[in-house]
Ligand binder design. Sequence first.
Ligand code: PEP
Length: 228
Amino acid sequence: MKFAANLKCNHTRASFKQYAQILDENLSSNDDVIVFAPFTAFEGEKHKFTLGAQNFYPCENGAFTGEIGKAMLDEFGINCVLIGHSERREVLGECEEMLKAKFEFAVKNGWHIVYCIGESLEINEAGDTKEFLKKQLENIDLGYLNLTIAYEPIWAIGTGKSATNEQIAEILDFLSTLTTAPLLYGGSVNAKNIAQIAQIKSCKGVLVGTASWDAHNFLNLIKALSRE
Ligand code: PEP
């Protein structure tokens, strides 16, 4: 199982230093963990987890006020990026055209991409989820070898209400007909539901928000599986 933590707009440079230290002291070489940390926490140190970028602008550098390009990520050895998170789509207004540009830029650089897709409650209740997700994947090369896809229903993100195993399995099985990329589930994953989610055959890991912000909570979630 792959465990990806999305720290979002949480953790200062100082608090992330402690966070990383706790993970480094407790992760084993078998644990497959990515942490998408805020830019200000980057230090260029080696960790037992992969440090990833929550965002980037598809450029080397240039006149893009407030953005971070490849030159800045290279300085910290970052080659793993999150693209398409619903908060960037919905709150920050990232459109398909921008996501396509980011995807293509990341592919050109051979970066590991965790690409997020997911439907709103309205789409889910209308029974249009599969069609919607298929459309969200139209702009990207599903054969890219360094691609991981995270299915994150928007209604399950940060709500404490995870999708059921049946719902997750149905969607991941559907996505498996479109791509051989490893599939993650994200949406209110925690130490209590991780064991159940891990039983879903087509689920190769989880993308975790809230339950990853505290290093010990995140470790509990990872270790909940190794204790089984
Ligand atoms: C996320 O933001 O990617 C996420 C899955 O958040 P949470 O775990 O809090 O639902």
